[in-house]
Design a protein around this ligand. Sequence first.
Ligand SMILES: [Zn+2]
Length: 463
Amino acid sequence: MVSPTLSFIYTVATFSLLGATSAASVHIETVNKRFADTWYHSDDHPAYSLFRRQEQTDGVTYPDVGSDEWSSAFPPASPDTDDLPQVWVDALNAAVSAGTIPDIPPSTMGGNGNPVYPDGLSPTSSEVCSATYQCRISGEIWDAPDGVFGAGFDDGPLPTSTKLYNFLHENNVHATHFMIGVNILENPDVFTHAFETNGDDIAVHTWTHPYMTTKTNLEVVGELGWTMQLIHNSTGGRLPRYWRPPYGDSDTRVSAIAREVFGLTTIVWNHDTDDWSLTTGGTTSSKVHSQLSKWLSGPKSPGLIILEHELSDMSVQAFIDAYPLIGQNNWDFVSVAEASGVGAWQNVNSDGSVNRVPSPVLGANASANGATSSAKKTGVAAVSVTSGVLSSMTATNSAATGDVTGTSAGSGNGSSQSASATGSGVPKLKDTQTGGARRLLAMPAWPTSILSALAVVGAAVFA
Ligand SMILES: [Zn+2]
């Protein structure tokens, strides 16, 4: 969004092609996926402030963030899968029928924080490719471009976030905040601080922070969908482009649902300080600082994506203490979403304008306008798309760039997924994982289903 138009289009087209390829074959590999070494602007580039946030919205008037009207439509805890917007369920079913959602069962979480799969399924097999076991799925992002420090923080917004936001603002730098839905509901002022005051990027960190691979397909849809919906309603209609799985727990099935149903690309990380455990004695401030010092003074290739949290005063302070080392070692400090070259949002143009997402796309509670009210009553999408939600979202983007053509492959076996997930729990917040290999994982680009939908929807929707 800060790029020259041509670069933006080029990048979008490239990502789309990658997405079509990976989605069609669910290709798995162990080679790191990195951001394209295209361009990006550092935060001090004039274009950044010129086009960054401004006041643009999609033209819809949404309830004030923090108001009762704003929060009332959202689940207070784990989403009820019997009460999901039908358009989300339809999008999931369409993706399953198209064969783009791997038919593997949910995991159960072992005591060491590592997922276990039934039926002898190996978590490191190409079929499962568990990120906890360091298996990387093509299209997921684990590394930043060379020389770039991709800044991101998990688990906000929380009261402890304020100190971090003030620090970032004072230093005139931006970060991506992977936020938890219920935390946004409970800390609306902190959310506003990040998005409006700081102009930072917001990404999805699920609704209640569960181990996502333990969830059924519908539960995964609820965790991602409600978070996207709330961020959309709270940012003038923007749709986040990125998500990060709590505990880095994802696999081919979860990753595919995020991609195919919601157009989300996973950002993981390539270094982990375990700063989430500072308050529980899992690590110490001196150890975290030592690790950060080592990485920041190390090789510039690949660039750094370090897992950091705005979860406690101690984790925030750990970042602040290491911050001078970033500049001293000549890293370019960039929001990790911005480092991708295509920006943090699916429907924001290079000039900062926001394309309106067809109201039914985000379901019954998408917005406060009439069109949505209508959708709420009927539960039927007004837009003819083959796979719902994301199709329309991406159609918005394609209309904006005038690019992106594609055909759907999506041959599949139409398998449907049965699953039995383990309990839910709703911690609002922490990565209290217990040791283990857990770590990253990550993600895709633009779904085959979306591309196919473009042919159906086309520019007509946005004419
Ligand atoms: Zn987290």
